[in-house]
Ligand binder design. Sequence first.
Ligand SMILES: Cc1cc2nc3c(=O)[nH]c(=O)nc-3n(C[C@H](O)[C@H](O)[C@H](O)COP(=O)(O)O)c2cc1C
Length: 198
Amino acid sequence: MRHLKPDPVPREDLEYILEAATMAPSAGNLQMWAFVVVTDAGQRKKLAAVYREVGRQYIRDGVLADPDTDDDRRRVYSKALHNVEHLDEAPAIIVACLTLQCPDDAAVASGVFGSIYPAIQNMLLAARARGLGSVLLTLATDQSPIAPVEHPAVRDILGLPDGVESVALIPVGYPEGAWGRPRRNPWQDCSHWERWGG
Ligand SMILES: Cc1cc2nc3c(=O)[nH]c(=O)nc-3n(C[C@H](O)[C@H](O)[C@H](O)COP(=O)(O)O)c2cc1C
């Protein structure tokens, strides 16, 4: 749900979402996560400005400006552009962070990243259970392939200490419009019984 109303979200719902996040599994139960909840209008504007800078560069001037971008990808990124331009309208933005430095070793890194995404998914589901919309954004975080130039980085806006890295920005708010079924390939196309091809 990318389109959100500006109406504030009750604190109790935000706490419910955070509790749901912390119920997620993590490698070795290390719980290497932290969450910064941003509701202050000034802080939201700063996060939105850095996301807009990086999002315009990557989505508007990159993917969507490329004549080779096919229609499916163009549809996905055209929708994503809404958050690039309107992130500050979300009444709350939860920033999910890793509290463990991500190593270069891909096998270990997958365990580290794989320990925060279940928590993020729990947040999306918990928000949905409370009638709240949300979306997972990773551009402009510490993991983004593009660093901002004009605006301070997310970590500086939030004052993250060394060893803590932002992974995702999750705007949360009441939905503008109706939820639809996600556009996905049929589950039958990626599922097998007993062995591959079965
Ligand atoms: C690891 C990951 C990173 C993502 N990063 C972004 C992002 O930076 N910006 C964005 O608009 N959407 C992002 N998304 C959301 C996807 O674009 C979205 O899930 C996909 O387009 C399908 O849309 P739907 O889930 O609403 O059906 C991300 C999703 C995942 C799993």
